[in-house]
Design a protein around this ligand. Structure first.
Ligand code: PGA
Length: 256
């Protein structure tokens, strides 16, 4: 059985004191959950503070990006080694906002995914189509290109260490969620693609999260779909009530 993941992507939100307060509330509120992987991804500026707060808890710490070099003259960048040194276990890679605003493409996503896996961080690799691509019937082509691009040159053993997040760009922060069936269809497509590119075993083990306007109100109908293995949550991860409610919906679905 695939262990479900509920990850919060805080994006560029939360000053350090705010992040500390939210992390403490989440830690206390989610204490009883033991059949899920819970993850929060605050901005870089709060990783260090949160590492102490979440140490020994059931919530893992993730970053929102990394750079592939270990150290050096790369102003503004943060390396895998730095993330590991503050207790990170996960890193979001290739989020559509990075693709849209910071010019990230398959090549840099691929280098980052490789770096994360080599250094022992779990990459949460984001893939997904924009609205005009969906309307033009290109959803599968775009998703395939993102998946192939992200994992190019990696072995099945390496890809096994990653988590994929399917995030239709038109559903991110817009209040428009993919219907459970729409999401499931793309998740199934990704799973089949992994089988084609690698093997059936990896395909059946790969965790594929959904992201895009996930809220307590729609979490249950989404997670009931067989191919969804959890969520990458943006807006609703910024409040303890909504993130905890989503985690509890996912927990309720398939206890181990
Ligand atoms: P959202 O963001 O939940 O606010 O739509 C999801 C994401 O971008 O990861």
């Amino acid at each position: 059985m695939r262990r479900k993941v509920v990850a919060g992507n805080w994006k560029m939100n939360m000053t350090d004191p705010e992040a500390v307060e939210l992390a403490k509330a989440l830690r206390d509120n989610l204490r009883s959950i033991d059949n899920l992987e819970l993850v929060v991804c605050p901005p870089f500026t709060s990783l260090s503070s949160l590492s102490g707060i979440l140490a020994g808890s059931n919530i893992g710490l993730g970053a929102q990006n990394l750079f592939w070099e270990s150290s050096g003259a790369y102003t503004g960048e943060v390396s895998a080694e730095m993330l590991l040194s503050v207790g990170c276990k996960y890193v979001i890679i290739g989020h559509s906002e990075r693709r849209q605003y910071f010019g990230e493409g398959n090549q840099s996503v691929n280098r980052k995914v490789k770096t994360a896996i080599e250094r022992g961080l779990t990459p949460i690799v984001c893939v997904g189509e924009r609205l005009e691509q969906r309307e033009a019937g290109k959803t599968e082509a775009v998703v395939e290109d993102h998946v192939r691009g992200a994992f190019e040159g990696l072995s099945s053993e390496e890809v096994r260490k990653a988590v994929i997040a399917y995030e239709p760009v038109w559903a991110i922060g817009t209040g428009k969620t993919a219907t459970p069936e729409q999401a499931n269809e793309v998740h199934l497509f990704i799973r089949e693609l992994i089988k084609k590119l690698y093997d059936a075993d990896l395909s059946s083990r790969m965790r594929i999260l959904y992201g895009g306007s996930v809220k307590p109100e729609n979490a249950r109908s989404l997670i009931e779909q067989p191919e969804l293995d959890g969520f990458l949550v943006g807006g609703a991860s910024l409040k303890v009530e909504s993130f905890a409610a989503i985690a509890k919906e996912v927990e309720g679905k398939r206890p181990e």
